[in-house]
Design a protein around this ligand. Sequence first.
Ligand code: GSH
Length: 202
Amino acid sequence: MKLCYSATSPYVRKVTMLAIETGLDSSIEHVSITSGPMGEIAKLNPLGKVPTLELDDGNAIYDSPVICEYLDGEHSGTKMIPENKAERLTVLRLQALADGAMDAGILRMLEGRRPENEQSPSWIERQQLAYRQSFDVMEASVSLFNCDVDLAQITFCAAIGWFDFRLSSEFNWREDRPALADWYAEFSARPSAMATEPQDVT
Ligand SMILES: N[C@@H](CCC(=O)N[C@@H](CS)C(=O)NCC(=O)O)C(=O)O
């Protein structure tokens, strides 16, 4: 399998953490590929986005929730997406919550990179509201975690790591979110989190 990636994508980090936690990482080749609708990746994924996983039969799958679902079916260890219906729904919902926070954070970051006179303050406020509210619900959701690691916790870690990496100057999420901060301090010491910490590529 080949994982088309970019080093700073939190969605790629989520997939890579799941692969490490499930022992699948050694069967995945990481391929750096130009993203964007006109990039090389568009041959595999018309959305032009990473992560995209190219399977050994040449078929490609995306996006990160689908790749995680696929990988979780490819190992015989503890499942990252529980089989129990209610637990599964909770884990998938929390994945969607943290993915959505990342989506909003990335939209806010990209808006800030446009020329100042083209930026929309109301669009930025809309995204800020979405990720602040999402982090409030993440804070309230820490009490739902009932195991050491699952896809919800992996996604929380990828999202929080990205906000610390890219938006820490304007979003001090630790303030008023003590349960999330304590949980993150412990979870981010896992080998899968430490091996995938976002770093600027030079
Ligand atoms: N919903 C997607 C989001 C993936 C995504 O937005 N990837 C970004 C990198 S962080 C990307 O490839 N952007 C390139 C572009 O949109 O041109 C997932 O979960 O995989």
